[in-house]
Ligand binder design. Structure first.
Ligand code: C2E
Ligand code: CA
Ligand code: CA
Length: 668
């Protein structure tokens, strides 16, 4: 288009130059015309004066002659190069006519100077030359005017055409530019903008790799897109790895629950804002009971199943804002988000209790113990967790499968428990343990034997009740060793008694985990020369409830019975034994718990229970022993109800050794 413009501009200039040149020629003709007119008039005037014989100076004739010559040179002047060919001929004719005119003029001057009489003769030739010249000049002028007019018209038409062409060219050029711009936009700019946008918004967490545009293009933009795709993928891979690392740092892989670290952070955050009076967070420390046994019985995969099941149940119970974590091997914990307490914790505990009942019925059954601590103002996360742990410890030592709330007294209790556990390890070796014997008699008060009861004289704490230290020994496992030590002592003492007296030994449920318990006891008895027929073994109902240990318990009891020993169910009526348990375990004796005996004279239902136990025991062929008989009134009522034997302060308190120590020695 620019070339077109330049060409049009050039053509226009050439046309203008031509018109200009023609106009110059026309002006030249005008100049020659006026020169010719002046000459014609001057020559006419002077020749007329010469004809009339008026004097005309020679100088005047010379002047005219010179004017003719300059006219000749004016007409002969070289014409410009750009004169159109059609004019060149006409101009040449005009020049020729001018030469003739000049010649005729010179002739006339010459005649007028030298032969005035012949002026008349000369005049026609001069006039004819003049007419020729004027005709030639008229033709030249007309031609020039026509040519100029034509040139101007041509120029206008040319200008019109040029403008049209120019506009058309411009439109085409614009169209072309538009197409190029469109192509550039679609093929280059839009993809670059899209890729740049992807880069700008690049967020590995939300953008999928496939979102990068132009991946399939085989040009530089395709390379760029593939580069971005690779980069995005690499970042995503790294992010995924980082997420996995973060997940592992804060989660337990087996259960998928938050781990101890996350638990600690959450507890820290929960307590950071301080606790209000009405709304407090609570921590539940939860521990699987007998997890070792679950592993022993079902293998580690079975243990894992139980752990996952516990985790799932806990999560079902916890609220949306609570956090359930696995904080150790078989330890779980819940952070209960702030709620009105203790109602909030009690409500969650109720949920947990019913969920855990499901655990007891599972293919791999389990039970849990729970310690609960409500965060008090000013407590650190560590304080609260330790408090929950203390409550858990207490729940465990209370016999497991139960929950305890933390309170200030518990702290002291647990601290003491820990001291006892530590000191108990060396108590026997230090001579702090000894055995007391409590008589068991017929309803006619005839002593038939003694129950051995353990005593601990702590060097600083004084006498410690077995109700306090036996659970501690059970929790630490020391009961196995202590139990055998105790049996050894008692058997040694009983061996010195009158041979018709029996010895009753208490066996803790924990001792039944040792499969060789029966063998060990009988070996000891044999060593002391005590026949099996003089031995009674007392087990509590909880020993019969050891689900998976049931067969082991039965084996030990059968073994002992096989040697002539009798088995007594201790504290009967307080536990959960079923009648089928009574049958399966083959007890020889039932010991009615002393709480029933203590209240049976005043409380009708206690009386009915005691009577029922006696009736039931007799119908099953068992001997019945009533514990805790303190009064003659109790004894006479028991006698009425056909109770077989009694034990209690009425007959005698537990004493160090009934044979070697006189009966008057203070009871212990
Ligand atoms: P237990 O087997 O039921 O023992 C009887 C408990 O009742 C003894 O308490 C005894 O002192 C107490 N008692 C006896 N007659 C009366 C009475 O008329 N009135 C009252 N109020 N109490 C009476 P102790 O010696 O404190 O023993 C408590 C428990 O500790 C025992 O209950 C037994 O379960 C356990 N225990 C004691 N020695 C041993 C032991 O060597 N091994 C095991 N595994 N447990 C033992
Ligand atoms: Ca007992
Ligand atoms: Ca008892």
């Amino acid at each position: 288009m620019i070339a077109q413009g330049v060409r049009i501009g050039g053509d226009g200039q050439a046309a203008n130059r031509r018109i200009h040149s023609l106009a110059n020629l026309l002006r030249e003709q005008d100049r020659q015309d006026s020169a010719q007119r002046r000459l014609r008039l001057a020559l006419g005037d002077e020749t007329r004066r010469a004809e009339q014989d008026e004097p005309v100076s020679a100088a005047r004739w010379q002047e005219l002659s010179a004017q003719l010559d300059s006219f000749a040179s004016l007409t002969a002047a070289a014409q410009p190069d750009d004169v159109p060919p059609e004019i060149t001929g006409t101009l040449a004719q005009a020049r020729l006519a001018a030469m003739n005119f000049v010649g005729a003029g010179h002739g006339l001057i010459d005649t007028a100077q030298h032969d005035r009489a012949r002026i008349q003769d000369r005049m026609p030739a001069f006039v004819a030359a003049l007419k020729d010249l004027e005709a030639a000049r008229t033709r030249t002028r007309e031609l020039l005017n026509r040519t100029i007019g034509q040139a101007v018209d041509d120029n206008v038409v040319f200008a019109d055409e040029s403008v049209s062409k120019f506009i058309l060219g411009a439109v085409l050029a614009c169209l072309l530019l538009l197409l190029v711009a469109l192509w550039l936009h679609i093929r280059v700019i839009a993809p670059i903008v899209a890729i740049a946008g992807r880069l700008r918004n690049f967020d590995p967490a939300t953008i999928a790799c496939a979102d990068v545009p132009c991946l399939d293009r085989q040009d530089e933009l395709g390379d760029l897109a593939r580069g971005l795709f690779e980069y995005q993928k690499a970042v995503e891979d790294r992010q995924a790895a980082q997420r996995r690392i973060d997940y592992l740092a804060y989660h337990d892989v087996l259960t998928g629950l938050p781990n101890r670290l996350q638990f600690e952070r959450r507890l820290q955050a929960e307590l950071a804002g301080g606790q209000s009076e009405d709304w407090q967070a609570a921590v539940f420390a939860i521990d699987l009971d007998e997890f070792k046994e679950i592993n022993d019985l079902h293998g580690h995969p079975g243990g894992d199943v139980a752990l996952k099941h516990v985790g799932a149940l806990l999560q079902q119970c916890a609220g949306a804002d609570d956090l359930v974590a696995r904080v150790g091997g078989d330890e779980f914990a819940i952070i209960q988000a702030p709620a009105p307490q203790p109602q909030g914790a009690r409500a969650l505990l109720a949920h947990l209790a019913s969920a855990m009942a499901e655990g007891e019925r599972a293919a791999i059954p389990f039970k849990v113990s729970i310690g609960v601590a409500v965060a008090a103002p000013g407590q650190t996360p560590d304080d609260v967790y330790k408090a929950a742990d203390v409550a858990l410890y207490r729940a465990k030592s209370d016999g497991r499968n139960r929950a305890r709330f933390y309170d200030a007294g518990l702290q002291e209790e647990v601290r003491l428990g820990r001291v006892l556990a530590r000191d108990l390890e060396h108590a026997a070796a230090n001579g702090e343990l000894f055995v007391a014997y409590q008589p068991i008699a017929t309803v006619a008060k005839q002593i038939v034997g003694y129950e051995a009861l353990l005593r601990w004289h702590h060097p600083t704490l004084g006498m410690i009740s077995p109700t306090q230290f036996i659970p501690v020994a059970e929790a630490s496992g020391a009961i196995n060793q202590i139990g055998l030590w105790m049996a050894d002592q008692a058997l040694a003492a009983a061996a010195r008694w009158s041979p018709e007296l029996t010895l009753s030994l208490n066996l803790s449920p924990i001792q039944f985990r040792e499969a060789g318990l029966g063998i060990d006891l009988l070996k000891l008895a044999e060593r002391h020369g005590m026949p099996g027929s003089r031995l009674n073994f007392e087990v509590t109902e909880s020993a019969t409830l050891l689900g998976k240990n049931r067969n082991m318990v039965l084996d030990v009891l059968r073994h002992l019975q096989g040697a002539g020993a009798a088995i007594a169910m201790d504290d009967f009526g307080t536990g959960h034994s079923s009648l089928s348990d009574l049958r399966d375990f083959g007890f020889d004796m039932l010991k009615i718990d002393r709480t029933f005996v203590a209240s049976m004279l005043e409380d009708r239902s206690s009386a009915l229970i005691v009577q029922a136990i006696i009736g039931l025991g007799h119908s099953l062929g068992k001997a019945i022993v009533a514990e805790g008989v303190e009064t003659e009134a109790q004894l006479s009522r028991l006698r009425e109800w056909n109770c077989d034997r009694i034990q209690g302060y009425l007959i005698g308190r537990p004493m160090p050794d009934t044979v070697t120590v006189p009966a008057r020695v203070a009871s212990c």
